[in-house]
Design a protein around this ligand. Structure first.
Ligand code: B4P
Length: 193
């Protein structure tokens, strides 16, 4: 199995690049943001609880997302690998993911971390808010809160995987094609190694 984490702040291009990467490498895409939005759309109790956090730009509690990922892993026994997008977002989530993968005799091969300036992140998210209908993309205060949550809680995830030498940094500004090529180059090198 080949499992990778696409890592970066909100608006760094994780969702955008994930779509292309799963098509090229045949990985199963697990986006906690998408999973949560589909719970909200289905008006499930989990979705209703998550919405109150997401609308404020806060992270959803760890137990909720860890349980969601655990079921997604169990529901995809045939996957040749997973692309984790927007997960893990806290050190506790990273530790749980490591345990879950370990139980399946596999592990994270690489963490690809997209680097984008704060100014560019805000510009992209406000721009997406014009058409996405996402309540968390419309308000600059909420976008600011998401970036703050990233700096306070999520950036530590890179440090967690850095201990195992698994993090590679990629410039996340430029054309989508160029960034995609840079990501593919790193994946191809890892797969050959
Ligand atoms: P996510 O759905 O993960 O949303 P995101 O971080 O905003 O999106 P992403 O980074 O994928 O967007 P992209 O750059 O592709 O999370 C939403 C919320 O869910 C969180 O705030 C949190 O509340 C909750 N949540 C999710 N996972 C959680 C977890 N594990 N634990 C707790 N809570 C969790 O796209 C941004 C825009 O940039 C797009 O419009 C795109 O077209 C554009 N873009 C992309 N690349 C570009 C480029 N190179 N140049 C110009 N524009 C570009």
């Amino acid at each position: 199995m080949f499992n990778l984490i696409l890592f970066g702040p909100p608006g760094s291009g994780k969702g955008t690049q994930s779509e292309r990467l799963i098509a090229k490498y045949g990985l199963k895409h697990l986006s906690t943001g998408d999973l949560l939005r589909s719970e909200i759309a289905g008006q499930t109790p989990l979705g209703l609880a998550a919405k109150s956090f997401m609308d404020k730009g806060q992270l959803v509690p760890d137990e909720v997302v860890i349980e969601m990922i655990s079921s997604a892993l169990d529901n995809n026994p045939q996957a040749r690998g997973f692309l984790f997008d927007g997960f893990p977002r806290t050190t506790a989530q990273a530790e749980s993911l490591d345990k879950l993968l370990n139980q399946k005799n596999t592990e994270i091969a690489v963490v690809l971390a997209l680097q984008v300036s704060k100014q560019e992140l805000i510009k992209r998210l406000l721009n997406r808010g014009l058409t996405s209908g996402r309540t968390d993309d419309i308000n600059e205060e909420v976008i600011g809160a998401r970036i703050e949550e990233y700096e306070r809680k999520t950036s530590a995830v890179a440090e967690h995987y850095q201990k195992y030498g698994k993090v590679l940094y990629i410039k996340g500004e430029g054309t989508i094609d160029k960034i995609f090529d840079a990501l593919c180059k790193e994946i191809d090198e890892k797969q050959l190694a």
